[in-house]
Design a protein around this ligand. Structure first.
Ligand code: ATP
Ligand code: MG
Length: 439
């Protein structure tokens, strides 16, 4: 394993002061896979104050000192250096309830979540892998370090982290680890909400259909509102799957953008409260889009999602049944109301929603591609969508003798005509029209 110079320099400085030091965790895992690590964490026998003394010439970040972590700001970036430690359960927070510094690397590796994350490397001391992380990486296996039930009891967030590592690195979750994920999933209920949100937001874009279905017990424990969907018969000739399986198809069917993945996961929350059956026994879900938008918003509020994402997901869920066609005027109106990025997301959501019926009916991918082509065309033209995009402004209208409220009213009217493509967004044409109307 070849380490960048600034990382080597840190290891060497610690070793020269008499402390064992290694690169550890994600960077070793990524290097074993031939990937370029996005950051480097070090671990060492030095106590935090000893690490500080070794790096006294550098700017230090001491926010994690209590847990043994000293951040060293090097020319190559921030390096986090953590004293070898064991730790207690994570309670509901981000950090273990207690940590105990230990002299020995193996104990430090033993507190790490998965074997593939529990490897260390030093250019002078070599490769340390007491739990068989390398063998698991080669066999494409995700395995908890030690007793998986106990490890998920200590910190239930590891369950979601595990699904993410499995998805990102194409690992199969080993049977005992998988069973423990299922049996301990209920403990996620005690985690800090924002931790669940953050981890799910990293995980959702990575999940494929198979993982979404296999790990339904985990995902429905993380978002309990999904639970009644599992096995829910939609009683409809338009749907081949139960509601959860449909949702899984839709999530897997949209691009891996966090907003879209959240919207897909929550898009049909309104179906269960809105479910009715007609005299033939057929299921209907009148009003489920707007009901679902409310419910989705409540889920995201509880998880303390950022306001922007919350609003975007809410709007997509509310709009997921609105009619889209490859029609310039219609799409221009929609883009005016929701913006291009959200409109494009809506096309993906609707496309995946159609595909997720499992019946092959309805508009196909080609149809939605046509819609996106028209949206692209509007984008390229930089088409006028808002009053502020008009080729005339309030001053122009004042020069024609308008004042006060009338200015806003006329600008809105002009925008309507431009959106309808009755008038081009050209100064001359707009002013001519106004003069005619006002004379
Ligand atoms: P990435 O940063 O690519 O998501 P990573 O493995 O570096 O992956 P981090 O969250 O940065 O993950 O954590 C660094 C290391 O700390 C992990 O590799 C793992 O050894 C350990 N670790 C992190 N979180 C936990 C946890 N909740 N329980 C046990 N060990 C953990
Ligand atoms: Mg990391």
């Amino acid at each position: 394993m070849k380490l960048p110079k600034h990382v080597n320099d840190c290891l060497e400085a610690l070793e020269q002061a008499g402390f064992a030091a290694y690169a550890v965790g994600g960077c070793v895992r990524d290097a074993c896979l031939g990937l370029i690590p996005h950051d480097y964490d070090l671990c060492t026998a030095a106590l935090p104050e000893q690490t500080q003394a070794v790096f006294q010439a550098y700017p230090l970040v001491l926010a994690g000192e209590k847990h043994g972590t000293v951040g060293v700001v090097t020319a190559g970036g921030l390096i986090e250096i953590t004293t070898f430690r064991t730790e207690g359960p994570y309670g509901d927070s981000r950090h273990p309830d207690w940590v105990k510094f230990v002299p020995d690397l193996t104990q430090d590796l033993a507190r790490r979540d998965f074997t593939v994350n529990a490897m260390a490397f030093s250019p002078t001391r070599g490769f340390a892998d007491p739990f068989g992380g390398r063998r698991d990486l080669e066999g494409r296996v995700l395995r908890a370090v030690g007793n998986p039930v106990r490890r998920f009891q200590e910190d239930a967030l590891r369950i979601l982290r595990g699904l993410r590592f499995a998805a990102v690195y194409c690992l199969t979750v080993e049977a005992a680890t998988r069973e423990a994920m299922f049996s301990q999933a209920y403990r996620m209920d005690a985690l800090a909400r924002e931790r669940i949100f953050e981890e799910l937001t990293k995980l959702l874009p990575r999940l494929d259909l198979d993982a979404l279905v296999t790990f339904a017990p985990v995902l429905t424990a993380a978002v309990p509102e999904l639970k009644p969907m599992v096995g829910f018969d939609q009683c409809s000739p338009h749907h081949a799957y139960d509601l959860y399986t449909h949702v899984a198809h839709v999530v897997a069917g949209v691009p891996g953008d966090p907003v879209l993945r959240w919207a897909a996961l929550l898009h049909d929350l309104g179906k269960i409260p809105c479910f009715t059956r007609d005299e033939n026994g057929r299921g209907h879900f009148y009003g489920h889009a707007s009901a679902g938008a409310e419910l989705a918003d409540r889920v995201l509020a509880r998880l303390k999602a950022p306001n922007l994402l919350r609003q975007q997901v809410r709007d997509l869920v509310a709009g997921h049944m609105t009619r889209l066609e490859p029609d310039r005027k219609l799409l221009r109106r929609r883009a005016s109301a929701m913006g291009y990025a959200q409109l494009e997301r809506l096309t993906w959501l609707q496309q995946a929603d159609m595909g997720g019926k499992g019946t092959g009916e309805g508009p196909d991918a080609g149809y939605f591609r046509q819609i996106r082509d028209v949206i692209q065309e509007l984008r390229r033209e930089d088409a006028c969508l808002k009053v502020r995009d008009l080729a005339v402004n309030g001053h122009d209208l004042m020069a024609l003798g308008l004042e006060g409220k009338a200015i806003g009213v006329w600008l809105d009217r002009l925008l309507e005509l431009v959106l309808d493509e009755t008038l081009p967004n050209e100064r001359g044409a707009l002013l001519d029209h106004l003069r005619r109307e006002l004379s």
